[in-house]
Design a binder for this molecule. Structure first.
Ligand code: G3I
Length: 299
C-alpha cells in the first residue's frame, strides 16, 4: 500500500500503528508496517504486567524486539504505559504503604526509561486516570494511595529519567468537547502544568463509535490548546467508515501541535474489538476503503 506516513511527514507529523513481537514476526504484517507507517506503539509488551510481572524482575525480550525493529526501519516509538489501573500485577495493586508504592513506581519508570533512553519518542506516563461520565478520579491503587498526587511524582520521575522523551497523559472518551471527562482533562492539565508538573502532551486514544468523528476535531482542539503537543494515540472506528477516518485525520492535520496519529492495530482480526472491524486492513492484508480516504485527505 502507498504510505500514509509519507503524506503525514510532509506536514511534520507521523502515522503509526500498535503492534508487538508476534505480529512483527509475521512477514506480511511487518512488510506493510515497514512500508506504510512511521511509528509503532507496543500494544501490550511495555505494560506493567508484561514488563515487570514480579518485583524488580523485568522482561525485556518483547519490547527490545519492537524497539530494535523500529530503529532498523527508521520508525519512532511511543512507549505505553506506566501508571495505569489495568494490566497491573497484583503485587503492585496490593501495596498498602505509600513510601513503598513510591519506590516501586519510581524504580519501574526509571528502569524502563533508562533502558530505552534516546530510543522512545514519547511515553504515556499516566493512562486512563479519569472516570467516564463525571470525570472524577478512577479507583485504583494509585488514587487510593495518593489522590491525584501520583501525577506529580510520575511525571517528575519520568522527566529526570529521560529529559528528551515527550511525556504524555493519555485517555479515552475525550472525543466530544462538552463532556465531563474532556473538560476535566483540560482543566486538570492546565492546573498541573501551571504548577510546574512536566506534562508535554495529551493523548486522545480515539476508540470511536460511528457518528463520533463529527465532534472529534473540536474536542481535540480544546485538548491541544493546553499542552505543547498532542496526539491521537489509539485510533479505531467501529465499521471503519472511510469518511470518518478522513475526518479524524483532518482534525489532526488542522491542529499545528497535533504531532501524529497511531491506529490501534493493523488488521481487523488482530484488533481488541475485532467484531467491530474497526481497522484499516482486512484479514486478507488488503487495505480497506478508509486507507484511500486517508491518502486523499492528506495533501
Ligand atoms: O498474554 C496472555 C496470554 O498468555 C494468554 O494466553 C491470552 C489468553 O487470552 O491472554 C494474553 O493476554 C491478553 C493480552 O491482551 C495480550 O494479548 C489479555 O488477555 C488481554 O486482555 C489483553 O488485551 C489488551 C487490552 O488492552 C488489555 O487491557 C489488548 O490487546 C489491547 O489492545 C488493549 O489496549 C488498550 C490500551 O492499552 C489502553 N487503551 C484501551 C485499549 C483497548 O482496550
Amino acid at each position: 500500500p502507498a504510505s500514509v506516513d509519507a503524506k503525514f511527514k510532509k506536514h511534520g507529523k507521523y502515522f503509526g500503528v500498535a503492534t508487538d513481537i508476534k505480529l512483527l514476526k509475521e512477514e506480511k504484517n511487518a512488510a506493510i508496517i515497514a512500508a506504510a507507517f512511521g511509528a509503532v506503539t507496543p500494544e501490550n509488551s511495555m505494560k506493567w504486567d508484561s514488563l515487570e510481572p514480579k518485583i524488580n524482575a523485568f522482561q525485556w525480550a518483547w519490547p527490545d524486539y519492537l524497539v530494535q525493529w523500529a530503529g532498523n526501519h527508521s520508525q519512532i516509538v511511543r512507549g505505553h504505559t506506566f501508571v495505569w489501573h489495568s494490566q497491573l500485577p497484583d503485587w503492585v495493586k496490593n501495596i498498602k504503604d505509600k513510601a513503598e508504592l513510591t519506590t516501586v513506581m519510581k524504580r519501574h519508570i526509571n528502569t524502563a526509561m533508562g533502558r530505552y533512553k534516546g530510543k522512545i519518542y514519547a511515553w504515556d506516563v499516566v493512562n486512563e486516570m479519569f472516570k467516564d461520565g463525571n470525570g472524577e478520579l478512577r479507583d485504583s491503587v494509585w488514587s487510593k494511595t495518593y489522590g491525584d498526587g501520583f501525577v506529580k511524582i510520575a511525571f517528575e520521575t519520568a522527566r529526570a529519567a529521560d529529559s528528551k522523551a515527550k511525556l504524555y497523559i493519555n485517555d479515552f472518551n475525550l472525543d466530544q468537547l462538552n463532556n465531563a471527562k474532556t473538560q476535566k482533562m483540560i482543566s486538570k492539565v492546565k492546573e498541573w502544568r501551571a504548577a510546574g508538573i512536566p506534562i508535554d502532551g495529551i493523548g486522545s486514544q480515539a476508540h470511536l463509535k460511528p457518528g463520533q468523528a463529527a465532534g472529534f476535531g473540536a474536542a481535540l482542539k480544546g485538548l491541544c490548546a493546553v499542552v505543547p503537543e498532542c496526539a491521537i494515540t489509539e485510533l479505531d472506528i467501529e465499521g471503519a467508515k472511510a469518511e470518518e477516518y478522513a475526518t479524524v485525520a483532518k482534525a489532526c492535520l488542522d491542529i499545528k501541535n497535533c504531532v501524529g496519529i497511531t491506529v490501534w492495530g493493523l488488521r481487523d482480526p488482530d484488533s481488541w474489538r475485532k467484531e467491530k472491524t474497526p481497522l484499516l486492513f482486512g484479514a486478507d492484508y488488503k487495505a480497506k476503503p478508509a486507507w484511500n480516504a486517508l491518502l486523499n485527505a492528506v495533501q
